[in-house]
Each structure stands twice: as structure tokens, then as C-alpha cells.
Design a protein around this ligand. Structure first.
Ligand SMILES: Cc1ncc(COP(=O)(O)O)c(C=O)c1O
Length: 387
């Protein structure tokens, strides 16, 4: 089997971009099959998939109910595009309008989180007539040129291409405060930073402020409870919309609610979804209010947006979550997980912080003094791979 792995790895390197890098160096896992929370490699070793695909497999690998609906749709109509009336796309859009917060009613479907965010920014720019978008350092928003421009992590911004109208303000990161700042003053400080950014590097007019409720790729960084309520009036005063990226936090992962932002008690103007919405099938969705959607007039088209197979997978995923009360289960199991992680922290000083909500939990691995400890992280990661 080692020869098979070596040959496959050599072919992978020969035929794919070097940027497509499998984990674990010379010994990547070749997944042969997957079921519920487990994957099995070609050697028959079973692993707990603690990452749920890439936060995509919301209701388990090869979920029988979702798979049955997906296959049934494949065998009926696989693709027609939005040039025809598409009943299952309309059903999913209606369902999203019912379960998302506030007045969000109109959806545009695409195939990825990147496209969902592109659509959101386009919508905000067309509605407000402004160009400037403010987002957060440590954000991740996708891999298109705009997606990378919105991303606030240098390692994920390739090609040097940037949208000139995107600015990054300091993110709410309670574990890493600016030196000397009283933790109780963090939100005041962030609001002031936003106001100063608006006044100095924009013309004071905003298309949108965009953020993830919990920064995913950034390290599951959870904003303080009053953060969104405090920045919202500043955004509105500059004429901007609030875009919330729920690509990671959506579909109950944070417990109790469908959307992570509901924990913060604000109603966004636009929400974007992808990843876990269709349990692993490609999907992106941008939902907004009727008035805002009205601003997007003209020719715009996504070939695979609203494709019936992804729509069927998404509807079945939502139905499964409802039927099994998984929003509450995420809160219950998340609390168990959190208690276990907190107990580990008590024993291991290299765990600097435990944070998250529901089943979206993280450990920050540090050296004494809080500096990130990459070698320890990589040892931990390798050890955690054991079945
Ligand atoms: C918060 C967030 N937004 C957007 C994206 C981009 O989604 P996609 O990879 O489907 O384009 C990701 C992907 O990891 C993400 O985590």
C-alpha cells in the first residue's frame, strides 16, 4: 500500500498545481469510503472526521436520506439552468426565506462561498451606489480576486491582485488584545478604529461592512457579545449594508440557531452561505431583502447556480436537521466538547485559549507568553491523526 500511496502522490504532483497540497507530507490519507462521522483509508484504518469534510458534511458522510434525495434528483433532471423555471430551486429559496433571520427573502444561487460573497458585494455596490467595502483582518472570503482582496490573511492572498476599494480594520480578537488595552474597552477601541478608517481612507461612504460572526480560517475567533450591535450604527451612518458570511457558521453549527449571527441579535442586510448547506454538494447562496435584491438588474448568470442536484441535497440536509433537532443537538454536544477542551487546558499549558460556539470549537496552541507554537501544533496534529 505504501507503493500505491507513493505512486499516487507522484502522479498528483505531476498533474496538479503544486498549490493543491495533501496534508501529512509523504503519508497523506487516501480516503476510500466514508460514513457518518468516520472515514476509512485504503488500509482499512478508520478515522474520526473531526473537520466534517471542510465543514461541509453537516449531517454525516453518505447520509442515507440526503443521498437518496440526491440520487433521485440525478435520475430525474440533473441540470437545466435558471433559464427555465426550476421548481426545486424555488422550493429551496422559499425554505431559506423562512428560516433565515429578519427580512431576508430573495436568494441568488451559485456554486461556492467565493461566488456567494462576490454576489453579496456586487449587490451592496449596486444598491448603495458606493464602492468601499470594509472587512476584518483575519477574514477569509474566497479565492477569486475579490475574495482574496476581502481576505485579511497574507498567506491566502495570491497574485498581488487586489480590489482597490476593500479595507481591513482590526478584528475583535479577545485573546490577543492591543498591548495595554483594558479587555472591557475592546469594543470601544474597535468602533473607534472603524470610524477612523472611514474618515481617513474612504470617502466616508460605504457599500458594505462584511464579517464572519466567528472567523473560521482565522482560527474560530469569536466576536464579543455587543460587537455587531455597536458597529452596525457606524456602518449604517456611512450608507453601508451589513454582509454576514455564514459559510462556516451557518446551518446550526453554532447551536440553537440556523445562523451564527443570530447569537449577536442583529439583522444583516445580506447573508452568504455555502459549505455545509448541501452536505458536501457544491452550492453557494446569497440572500437579501426584496428592496436590495431589486437593485441587481441586468445580465448576470451562473451556469451551475441553482442546479437541481445541489438544490435537492440542500433541501434534504435542512429537512434532516429539522427532523432530528440538530440545532439543539449542536448546542448540547458542543457544550460537552467545550467542557472536555477546557479540562485539557487545565492540564496542558500549551493550550492558550479555548473558544467557539456550539460544535465550532478551537484550541489556540501557544508557547509560554502567548506566542503561537507552530512546532507543537504540528506534533499535536500528527498525533491526533491516529485512529
Ligand atoms: C468564511 C468563508 N467564506 C468563504 C469561503 C469560500 O468558500 P469556497 O471555498 O466555497 O469558495 C470560505 C472557505 O473556506 C470560508 O471559510
Amino acid at each position: 500500500m505504501d507503493d500505491h500511496r507513493a505512486d499516487l502522490l507522484a502522479a498528483h504532483r505531476q498533474y496538479l498545481y503544486p498549490a493543491v497540497t495533501p496534508l501529512y507530507g509523504e503519508h497523506p490519507i487516501i480516503v476510500e469510503r466514508a460514513r457518518d462521522q468516520y472515514v476509512w483509508d485504503v488500509d482499512g484504518t478508520r478515522y474520526l472526521d473531526f473537520f466534517g469534510g471542510v465543514l461541509t458534511v453537516s449531517v454525516g458522510h453518505a447520509n442515507e436520506e440526503v443521498t437518496a434525495c440526491t440520487i433521485a434528483q440525478l435520475q430525474t433532471v440533473q441540470h437545466t439552468s435558471t433559464l427555465y423555471l426550476n421548481p426545486i430551486m424555488v422550493r429551496l429559496a422559499q425554505k431559506l426565506a423562512e428560516i433565515t433571520p429578519g427580512r431576508l427573502q430573495r436568494t441568488y444561487f451559485t456554486s461556492s462561498g467565493t461566488e456567494a460573497n462576490e454576489t453579496a458585494v456586487l449587490t451592496a455596490r449596486m444598491y448603495t451606489g458606493h464602492q468601499e467595502v470594509i472587512t476584518l483582518r483575519h477574514a477569509y472570503a474566497g479565492r477569486s480576486v475579490l475574495g482574496m482582496s476581502l481576505t485579511g490573511q497574507g498567506t491566502w492572498r495570491l497574485g498581488g491582485a487586489t480590489d482597490p476599494h476593500v479595507r481591513h480594520v482590526r478584528n475583535p480578537y479577545p485573546y490577543r488584545l492591543p498591548p495595554g488595552l483594558d479587555p472591557d474597552r475592546l469594543v470601544d477601541f474597535l468602533v473607534q478604529d472603524l470610524e477612523e478608517t472611514l474618515a481617513t481612507v474612504t470617502g466616508g461612504k460605504l457599500a458594505a461592512f462584511m464579517a464572519e460572526p466567528i472567523q473560521g480560517v482565522g482560527g474560530f475567533i469569536v466576536a464579543p457579545a455587543d460587537y455587531f450591535k455597536r458597529i452596525w450604527p457606524v456602518v449604517r451612518a456611512a450608507g453601508g449594508l451589513l454582509i454576514i458570511d455564514e459559510v462556516q457558521t451557518g446551518w446550526g453549527r453554532t447551536g440553537h440557531f440556523w445562523c451564527g449571527i443570530e447569537h449577536w441579535g442583529v439583522e444583516p442586510d445580506i447573508i452568504t452561505f455555502a459549505k455545509g448547506l448541501a452536505n458536501g454538494a457544491p452550492i453557494g447562496a446569497t440572500i437579501t431583502t426584496p428592496e436590495i435584491a431589486e437593485a441587481v438588474q441586468g445580465l448576470t448568470f451562473a451556469t451551475f447556480g441553482g442546479n437541481p442536484v445541489s438544490m435537492a441535497s440542500a433541501l434534504a440536509t435542512i429537512e434532516f436537521i429539522e427532523k432530528h433537532n440538530l440545532l439543539e443537538n449542536a448546542a448540547v454536544q458542543g457544550a460537552r466538547l467545550r467542557a472536555g477542551l477546557e479540562a485539557l487546558r487545565a492540564d496542558f499549558p500549551l493550550i492558550g485559549d479555548v473558544r467557539g460556539m456550539g460544535l465550532m470549537q478551537a484550541l489556540e496552541i501557544v508557547q509560554p507568553g502567548q506566542a503561537p507554537d507552530r512546532p507543537a501544533l504540528s506534533r499535536w496534529w500528527t498525533a491526533a491523526r491516529a485512529s
